[in-house]
Design a protein around this ligand. Structure first.
Ligand SMILES: C[S@@+](CC[C@H](N)C(=O)[O-])C[C@H]1O[C@@H](n2cnc3c(N)ncnc32)[C@H](O)[C@@H]1O
Length: 235
């Protein structure tokens, strides 16, 4: 907790000198276990899984494996939280962000509404009992979307005036990612890293883009730099 404890949490947590103290009523309902996420087996499912800044450590196959494991532990209407730097959106294809914009919490996307029956509809198929929560397949990359030219043009024009604006570069880079333009996205992220060698978000994105092109050694280097930057910032 970097800032003041929000009022809604005062029932549960208080600050004492340098420490945060969790209220005994809450502590009584907690179990703390240390475990390896790759071998741990939970007793049941969880309503909420918070796994912040752990995926950032891992190369693509391990990231995919861990996300599949976490998702398989989640109750059907459960929510999963990751860190901003984990960049887990790609891996949570069946999930949708919930809460305020930029929130890190995801829930399973609602199933599509059933198609209404018509007179010629085939006889209804017997409904199967709900299946146990299964890990969804890692989705393939969506087809490139058309990017809004006006915003991109605005950003490029603004960057000609102020070439070192990291916020504009980042927005432009993300627009290129959304449009599937890997080369331009890479250029923009590399420019960000040139300006700020410890820019965690850009380093993670460069790792993802390298991974996507099968350059796992380059990806590993960017990921390791991102992790160093992250740990340095946490200190
Ligand atoms: C960057 S820290 C994040 C800690 C905390 N979640 C946070 O948000 O501040 C990453 C944590 O992941 C843990 N970790 C890495 N691999 C793990 C694994 N296979 N099983 C369990 N924990 C792991 C590390 O021990 C470390 O505490």
């Amino acid at each position: 907790v970097r800032e003041a404890i929000p009022s809604w949490a005062h029932h549960f947590v208080r600050s004492e000198r340098e420490d945060l103290v969790v209220d005994s009523s809450l502590r009584a309902s907690m179990t703390v276990r240390r475990a390896d996420l790759f071998t741990f087996t939970p007793f049941g499912t969880y309503d909420v899984i918070l796994c912040r800044n752990v995926l950032i450590y891992l190369a693509k196959p391990a990231r995919e494996r861990l996300v599949r494991r976490l998702v398989s532990w989640l109750a059907p209407d459960g929510a999963i939280g990751t860190g901003h730097a984990d960049n887990a959106m790609d891996l949570l294809g069946d999930f949708t962000p919930v809460g305020p914009t930029g929130a890190f919490l995801f829930e399973r996307a609602a199933a599509p509404a059933p198609v209404p029956a018509t007179r010629h509809a085939p006889p209804p198929v017997r409904r199967e009992a709900p299946r146990p929560v299964a890990a969804p397949a890692i989705p393939s990359r969506p087809a490139p979307r058309a990017q809004p030219p006006s915003r991109r043009d605005d950003l490029e024009a603004a960057l000609r005036r102020e070439p070192d604006r990291l916020d504009l570069l980042l927005e432009l880079a993300e627009l290129h990612v959304a449009a599937g333009d890997v080369a331009r996205a890479e250029d923009a992220f590399r420019r960000i890293v040139y300006l700020d060698a410890k820019h965690e978000h850009a380093l993670v994105r460069l790792a993802d883009l390298a991974e996507r092109q099968g350059k796992s050694d380059v990806a590993a280097r960017f990921r390791s730099r991102a992790l160093d930057a992250h740990l340095e910032r946490e200190e």
